[in-house]
Design a protein around this ligand. Structure first.
Ligand SMILES: Cc1ncc(COP(=O)(O)O)c(C=O)c1O
Length: 416
């Protein structure tokens, strides 16, 4: 087989069976440290790792210590970069450690972070509680806002001069609101030109995975993931990842080495296995989600369905979806009649779908964002973004779609 599609490369890229007793699958390298052939080689490996010496032509970087490099980490990172045709990837012990490391690598006191709203509750907490406590300013912008008007306001107030990082989560957790990625790049370039600055543009692409949306193609410097979700797909690990250019990744990996929050060999081994089925899983989950969304849309106990491409998202949102996504993904939020009592009634009655946070896994999961994943966000802010106590967030799995729909039906019917 000579194909170079990502689906094919996930079976072989970055690993040769001859390296490990002809084992077809990469073994698990449970070692903290690696023996050097001699002192001169050890000196050279460190010099390359710390950027003091260039790698020699055709040389494979020497293995040193599993906080700096490990075969499981490297194979996984090489395969992950393939999905977005990127130079490099960096894998972390959680999605939050990927996000916080990116922020800490590019922001210092006095700088400003431009952050879309809503975002995952943990990202919200880190930005508004931790970053602000060390003197970083945070300016939120509504995912659906007019980006030209946002640029005008940032320039009029002078705040645009402080912007060093632009971070967007799209589709947003949990409302599925979409940020126009091309429009955001235009805003980034406008601020950079106006002030002669350099702004890092990162996109949390957890919801669409690298299959349905490719932020780097729209000008982003980094795609950021909670790899706990679709990249893993089995609810059996916590991990994070960033994908982008060698230059940006050098800064991110440099900080990761010293914070020491790289993923463990076992987590990497599990993720490498998961990437083999990423495309299959996401295709099936998305196919199921389209059927589930149509069912929810016509159920009288459901007031509104938030799912990319459905007419009720509005013309502008649908145009953004059509432009930058190749499929709607498998995350559905919906408002249940009867507010919080209705949403809780639905969640408590589910039999097959698990009542649990997290998403993107093989099994369907449902939760209540208002009081669970986004509990820490001020209530008024949640409500202004349409995140009400009536909302249920559903991550659609790979089960038979009829069973998912039957479970939802028996949980919603009693609310009528
Ligand atoms: C969109 C998004 N980004 C980031 C995270 C954080 O990832 P992790 O839980 O792996 O730290 C999550 C977690 O739910 C998420 O949904």
């Amino acid at each position: 087989m000579t194909g170079n599609h990502p689906e094919s490369l996930m079976m072989s890229h970055g690993y040769e069976p001859s390296w490990s007793e002809y084992s077809v699958k990469p073994p698990l390298f449970l070692t903290s440290t690696f023996a050097f052939p001699n002192a001169e080689a050890g000196k050279h490996f460190f010099a390359v790792a710390y950027g003091k010496e260039a790698q020699r032509e055709g040389e494979i970087q020497g293995l040193i210590y599993s906080r700096l490099n490990n075969p499981n980490l490297q194979i996984l990172e090489e395969r992950l970069a393939v999905w977005e045709n990127a130079d490099e990837a960096a894998v972390f012990e959680s999605g939050m450690s990927a996000i916080s490391t990116v922020f800490l690598a590019f922001l210092k006191p006095g700088d400003r972070l431009l952050l879309s709203n809503p975002v995952y509750g943990g990202t919200h907490h880190f930005a508004y509680h931790y970053l602000t406590s060390i003197g970083v300013h945070v300016t939120p912008f509504d995912a659906t806002s007019d980006l030209e008007a946002l640029g005008d306001a940032l320039i009029a107030s002078g705040e645009g001069a402080q912007v060093r990082v632009l971070h967007a989560e799209t589709p947003a957790n949990p409302t599925n609101a979409m940020v126009d990625l091309e429009g955001l790049n235009t805003l980034r370039r406008r601020l950079e030109t106006t002030y002669g600055t350099s702004i890092l543009y990162a996109v949390d692409n957890t919801y669409m995975g690298p299959i349905w949306q490719k932020p780097l193609e729209w000008g982003a410097d980094l795609s950021v993931y909670s790899a706990t979700k679709y990249l893993s797909g089995h609810s059996d690990l916590i991990a994070g990842a960033v994908v982008g250019s060698a230059e940006v990744l050098a800064a991110v990996k440099g900080l990761r080495t010293f914070i020491g929050n790289m993923a463990s060999p076992f987590t990497c081994w599990l993720l490498t296995r998961s990437l083999e089925t990423l495309s299959l899983r996401m295709a099936k989950q998305t196919e199921n989600a389209q059927k589930v969304a149509s069912f929810l849309q016509q159920h009288p106990a459901v007031e509104r369905v938030y799912f990319p491409g459905l007419p009720e998202q509005g013309e502008h949102q649908n145009a953004v979806y059509r432009k930058q996504c190749s499929a709607p993904g498998a995350m559905i939020s919906f408002d249940v009649r009867g507010g919080e009592a209705g949403a809780f009634g639905c969640l408590n009655a589910l039999r097959h779908i698990k009542l649990a946070v997290s998403l993107g896994s093989n099994e369907s999961l449902a939760q209540h964002p208002y009081h669970m994943t986004h509990a820490d966000m001020p209530d008024a802010e949640k409500e202004s973004l349409g995140l009400t106590a009536a909302m249920v967030r559903l991550s659609v799995g790979i089960e038979h779609p009829d069973d998912i729909i039957a479970d939802l039906k028996q949980s919603l019917d009693p609310l009528l």
